[in-house]
Design a protein around this ligand. Structure first.
Ligand code: SAH
Ligand code: SF4
Length: 378
């Protein structure tokens, strides 16, 4: 049997594993703390761990990070790592330091099968789901390598966003134990409010997440009607907006915050006009407590789409704000190292031909009939 990477066990899983080895379950807590709180990987250094357990672990188990292919440091302090996940696939994680928090953006899949128009990962196609240990290894490596870099034993990463490559709710089985490790007081001890799962709207899994680990939820909306959303986020054909909003409503019953965050990528002449703002207002106002996060589109060569001008983003935001909807415009970070939202591409062996399908379909999306698309850069 292959040696097992202990980064893949949540505390319960590790306790069950220790029991299998004939050890008391509580030993797992010590081991878990060594691994996640101290960043230890060498069992011989885990001084207060029973020698019997250390001996049993040797050869059968290991704590191993993902190989780092590259590290890019942005002028604004953002750091992007490219991790090798084997067979020609690589995924990215991004560290974003701010005044009052430090966020790690984590990947959940090598590629993504949803295939959103405006997303570089979507254009790469899908290769495979990451395993729990591969999701956790991104945080484990980032946290402990940063502590070394900044010469501190204090916790550095305060927030996690599942906004890297992949659709986390299409890798649910691996995601849930990873979230538990992030939240566990013996692990990273992050509160549910500080861990955000971002989804393009996998409705049944939103319901399961609400029951299993109701962390903060961000929903990638990007369009105020089904005709447009069908084209931007193909998953909308399966779970259209009305169903998605009902799932958001249900999620709120257990959510750590009393609103849902909607992400809305601002695409010039596609979804960023006053007509779409009004449609968006009609969709949510008085119906669903929510916050709108407008993301200026981060272009990449194959997309054929353009970023909305600052003026258009501002005008759109103002309409929403006037209607009483809390609206923020996301600051773009790590631009100079292609670490911004939707620019993560890694390297993916597409096994689903998503990319080829996208190339066959027209890349520029028509706005809804009632609006007038602007010309680029206007
Ligand atoms: N699959 C999940 C999480 C990863 S994407 C999801 O779609 O929600 C994280 C966020 O980045 C999503 O809101 C996504 O729509 C947005 N995004 C993707 N490509 C982008 C781009 N090129 N520019 C700006 N935001 C983008
Ligand atoms: Fe996948 Fe999210 Fe990119 Fe859409 S935006 S292709 S769901 S990673």
């Amino acid at each position: 049997m292959d040696a097992v990477n202990l980064l893949g066990f949540d505390l319960q899983g590790l306790a069950a594993y220790c029991e299998q080895l004939g050890e008391k379950r509580f030993r797992a807590t010590q081991l878990f703390r060594w691994i996640h709180q101290k960043g230890a990987w060498d069992f011989t250094q885990m001084s207060d761990l029973a020698k019997s357990l250390r001996d049993k672990l040797a050869g059968k188990a290991h704590v191993t990070a993902l190989p780092v292919i590259s590290e890019h440091l942005s002028a604004d302090g953002t750091i992007k790592w490219l991790f090798d996940v084997g067979q020609g696939n690589a995924v990215e994680a991004v560290f974003i330091p701010e005044d009052d928090r430090a966020t790690l953006c984590i990947s959940s899949q090598a590629g993504c099968a949803v295939g959103c128009r405006f997303c570089s990962t979507g254009h790469q196609g899908f290769s495979r789901n990451l395993e729990t240990w591969e999701i956790v290894a991104q945080l484990w490596y980032a946290e402990h390598s940063l502590r070394k870099r900044f010469n501190t034993s204090e916790r550095i990463i305060s927030n996690i966003v599942m906004m890297g490559m992949g659709e986390p709710l299409q890798n649910y089985a691996a995601l849930v134990p990873a979230l538990r490790i992030f939240l566990d007081d013996h692990g990273y001890g992050l509160s549910r409010r500080r861990v955000t799962v971002s989804t393009s709207g996998v409705v049944p899994m939103m319901d399961r997440l609400r029951e299993d680990v109701p962390v903060a939820l961000a929903v990638s909306l990007h369009a105020p009607n089904d005709a447009l959303r069908d084209q931007l986020v193909p998953l909308n054909k399966k779970y259209p907006i009305a169903e998605l909003l009902q799932a958001c409503q249900r999620y709120l019953e257990k959510a750590p915050r009393d609103f849902i965050t909607f992400e809305y990528c601002m695409l010039d002449g596609v979804n960023d006009g006053p007509e779409q703002a009004r449609e968006l207002i009609a969709l949510v106002k008085g119906k669903l407590p929510c916050k709108l996060n407008l993301i200026p589109f981060n272009p990449f060569p194959a997309s054929g789409l353009k970023r909305s001008s600052r003026e258009r983003v501002q005008a759109f935001a103002e309409l929403l704000i006037q209607a009483g909807i809390v609206t923020t415009v996301r600051k773009t970070r790590g631009d100079d190292i292609d670490a911004a939202c939707g620019q993560l591409a890694g390297e993916v062996q597409d096994r689903t031909r998503v990319h080829q399908r996208m190339l066959r379909a027209p890349v520029v999306v028509q706005a809804s009939p009632s609006s007038t698309p602007s010309t680029s850069g206007s």
